[in-house]
Design a protein around this ligand. Structure first.
Ligand code: UGA
Length: 433
């Protein structure tokens, strides 16, 4: 099928490559010249394992083209996927939907009555109805607009797109449903992926609800960590024990410095704001608590660091990891980076290492000392903080590390306590007595 993918950030670039890999003819629309030109050269503007190779492959196959704006090619497309960002508005919990409306404005002249517009961005419930009215006004006919939320995770984005747990399609239009089923047919044929057809508001809410549930699980276990820290209990064992109950499940019960990234924090806040606008703010009042528990974990690490160092002023602290999770170079709302910045704010000399985010750190974080070489970060450090559980940090040999003080705060509970203590380290874990 001929399709367009509008907006080539994380979601759009992954979706465009995935669709091209399935054999569709894809036009990617991205007004940001640097991003588009980089993609057209076969270079991903962010780190995502496997997606780089797949991009080169689909360019070679001729299945993908990149354009600054729509042209005749878009007119011939049957499906248009809207993948633009919906960031949190500055000074508010609300998601900013302005990029959706400008994407719709650019797309409107290309549409005919048979074109299907499919939103994939995460949106406040009710947005699709506003977009449909806006689009109808621009085109003069009733547009076919459906919502099809995306559940991919950074780090495994391509795999998640090509083999998702489920495909949710919000539409009441049979033609739109058939077209969307057709575009995903190679996936559903291969993996027997369940397709859920819903009304549009449900499909919009599914995504906010899924991310809010995941965030709640993480904050729940981090709340238990707060209790464990004052009662001598071990949260890692606790999570193992409750996770064995299939009704609870063991995933997303890893306690530590909490969740970050471009999705979970903004999506719980967006749901709080939307529920308030709809007059049912109380229904998700608990999400404010989820957010606060999450942010308290970052303060807890700063507090532990200050306790260890007395006064952190002028002392060297090594922070291992800056990205919000391993296998990503995404620094948005990253707990590791936020702790590093807070300690730099207290005038510590914060040296930071990340396997993929070095360039961004050295360009954008002048208060931190970013180094490519981990031994330069560790040398003479009076405290080490593990902020992102990259596999290379988990594999470190504690006996071979050269620091000033062998004190480590394991922000992700991934280090083997026995091995580190045997090598003479004081290992401070979160939520473990
Ligand atoms: C999240 C969702 O998992 C995806 O399903 C969704 O599609 C995506 O947001 C999105 O909205 O686009 P992602 O942000 O890539 O995906 O990352 P997650 O794997 O959900 O991790 C989020 C954060 O939670 C990370 O900082 C991670 O370190 C933390 N986390 C995760 C924990 O602290 N404990 C856990 O047990 C699991």
């Amino acid at each position: 099928m001929k399709i367009t993918v509008i907006g080539l950030g994380y979601l759009g670039a992954t979706h465009a490559v995935a669709m091209a890999k399935l054999g569709h003819e894809v036009i990617g629309i991205e007004p940001d010249d640097a991003k588009r030109e980089s993609l057209a050269k076969g270079e991903l503007p962010f780190y995502e394992p496997g997606l780089d190779k797949a991009l080169v492959e689909v360019i070679k196959q001729g299945n993908i083209d990149f354009k600054r704006s729509h042209d005749e090619g878009s007119k011939a497309a049957e499906l248009h996927f809207i993948c633009v960002g919906t960031p949190q508005k500055i000074g508010s919990n609300e998601a900013d939907t302005k990029y959706l409306f400008s994407a719709i404005e650019g797309l409107a002249p290309q549409l005919s009555e048979d074109s299907v517009v499919v939103g994939k961005s995460t949106v406040p419930v009710g947005t699709a109805a506003d977009l449909t009215a806006y689009l109808a006004n621009l085109t003069g006919f009733e547009p076919k607009l459906a919502w099809n939320p995306e559940f991919l995770r950074e780090g495994t984005a391509l795999e998640d797109s090509l083999n998702p747990d489920r495909i949710v399609i919000g539409t009441e239009d049979d033609f739109a449903e058939q077209k969307i089923r057709e575009v995903y047919k190679p996936i559903t044929d291969q993996y027997n992926t369940p397709i859920l057809i819903t009304d549009i508001p449900t499909s919009e809410l599914v995504k906010a609800a899924a991310n809010s549930f995941l965030a709640t699980k993480i904050s729940f276990i981090n709340a238990m960590a707060e209790i464990a820290e004052v009662s001598g209990a071990d949260t890692v064992k606790l999570a193992e024990a409750i996770g064995m109950d299939e009704r609870i499940g063991k995933q997303f019960l890893r306690n530590g410095i909490g969740f970050g990234g471009g999705c979970l924090p903004k999506d719980i806040r967006g749901l709080i704001a939307r529920a308030e606008q709809l007059g049912v703010g109380q229904a998700v009042g608990f999400l404010t608590e989820v957010d606060e528990i999450n942010l308290r974990r970052r303060s807890r690490v700063t507090e532990l660091a200050v306790n260890e160092l007395d006064d952190p002023k002028g002392k060297k602290i090594a922070v291992l990891g800056a990205a919000f999770k391993p296998d990503s170079d995404d620094l948005r709302d990253s707990p590791a980076l936020s702790i590093a910045l807070e300690l730099a704010n207290k005038e510590a000399q914060v040296f930071i290492h990340d396997p993929e985010a070095y360039e961004q750190l050295s360009k954008n974080q002048p208060t931190l000392h970013a180094r490519e070489d981990i031994s330069e970060v560790l040398k003479d450090a009076e405290l080490v903080i593990l902020g992102t559980e990259w596999k290379q940090y988990k594999a470190l040999d504690p006996a071979k590390l050269s620091v000033k003080n062998k004190t480590m705060i394991d922000g992700r509970n991934v280090l083997n306590r026995e091995a580190w203590e045997k090598a003479g380290w004081k290992l401070i874990s979160l939520g473990r007595g």
